[in-house]
Design a protein around this ligand. Structure first.
Ligand code: C2E
Ligand code: MG
Ligand code: MG
Ligand code: MG
Length: 294
């Protein structure tokens, strides 16, 4: 859990509360109650093309805010949603809303932005998952190229059930991204079989480029170059996650990444805000604006 957590999830440990079963049950009960309410929202973050400086894609990130708990970070509530199965309904909701939002944006501005939605294993292992997603897009009259799904390497590990679904999604024109690439269990042998259109280099490697130790920074650069080469070999674009400042932005561009994502373009926020980001931005404020509610 600590690894998946990133920054915000060390909170519990710092406060010494521990991650007790009772607390998780309470969280699950609150989340079940919140589902379908305006406590849940979506924050959007752009992915910027490093050749043009244009935001060409955007990632949808689930947000949950309650009067008593404040903003609950996804690394706290997503695992609970996965364990309880609530993620299936929540995932359906966020995909629907994110797709409707990007289609509205694209039509209004004559753009061709792709919306990336994070998808958990449980959302991909039911019957006819790919057909269901394609059907949703058809009902909404949204071209498949305006949607992409992000999965982690652990999701890909369930290859017998998940890979055929991902192949079907990709063949339908939907993007398939491997999230947090480099932190999971992929072997080079298995990588070859992934129907992947985008590799997202985990921010640990990206931020390693700024390591105060020159040796550590140089190792990080070698790793980023290697992931870019893997992306080329798979015919996938490569995006650097967690690009927080212009120094890192310059670095990942030099190392051959196609795209960058991170606080350098601003915190996740409204879709309009995300789409007005550009490659020269550096206006990151310290805090995230409240996510748009449903
Ligand atoms: P992720 O998919 O890897 O999303 C990127 C995370 O990095 C987001 O955290 C984002 O706010 C954060 N981030 C973006 N730029 C920067 C940066 O420059 N520096 C740093 N330090 N962090 C940055 P967030 O929103 O807290 O989400 C955490 C994770 O929760 C996501 O990681 C994803 O795995 C999961 N998640 C979020 N929304 C959903 C969802 O709708 N469904 C599912 N299944 N998982 C979700
Ligand atoms: Mg993601
Ligand atoms: Mg990621
Ligand atoms: Mg991540």
């Amino acid at each position: 859990r600590a690894k998946a957590a990133g920054g915000a999830c060390f909170r519990w440990f710092e406060e010494g509360l521990g991650d007790t079963a009772r607390q998780r049950l309470q969280l699950a009960a609150d989340l079940r109650r919140a589902a379908g309410s305006d406590e849940l929202g979506v924050a959007y973050q752009p992915e910027v093309d490093l050749r043009t400086g244009q935001a060409i894609a955007v990632e949808a990130l689930m947000r949950w805010s309650t009067p008593t708990r404040g903003n609950v970070p996804p690394c706290e509530f997503i695992p609970v949603a996965e364990e309880t199965g609530l993620i299936v309904g929540l995932g359906r909701w966020i995909m629907h809303d994110a797709v409707v939002a990007v289609a509205e944006h694209n039509r209004r501005t004559s753009s061709d932005v792709r919306m990336w939605v994070n998808v958990s294993a449980r959302q991909l292992t039911g019957p006819d998952v790919a057909a269901g997603i394609v059907e949703l897009l058809r009902e909404l009259d949204v071209p498949t190229r305006w949607l992409g799904i992000e999965v982690t390497e652990s999701v890909l590990a369930d290859d017998e059930r998940v890979l055929p679904t991902l192949v079907a999604l990709r063949d339908a024109g939907i993007g398939v991204a491997v999230d947090d690439f480099g932190t999971g269990y992929s072997s080079f042998a298995r990588l070859r079989d992934y129907p992947v259109t985008l590799l997202k280099i985990d921010r640990a490697f990206v931020q390693g480029l700024a390591d105060p130790s020159p040796e550590a920074a140089e190792r990080a650069a070698h790793i980023v170059r290697a992931v870019v080469a893997v992306g080329r070999a798979l015919g996938a674009d490569v995006v650097a996650e967690g690009v927080e400042d212009v120094e890192l932005l310059r670095h990942v561009r030099t190392l051959g990444c196609d795209l960058a994502q991170g606080y350098v373009f601003g915190r996740p926020g409204t879709l309009a805000g995300a789409m007005s980001a550009d490659g020269h931005a550096g206006q990151a404020s310290g805090h995230e604006a409240p996510a748009g509610v449903r």
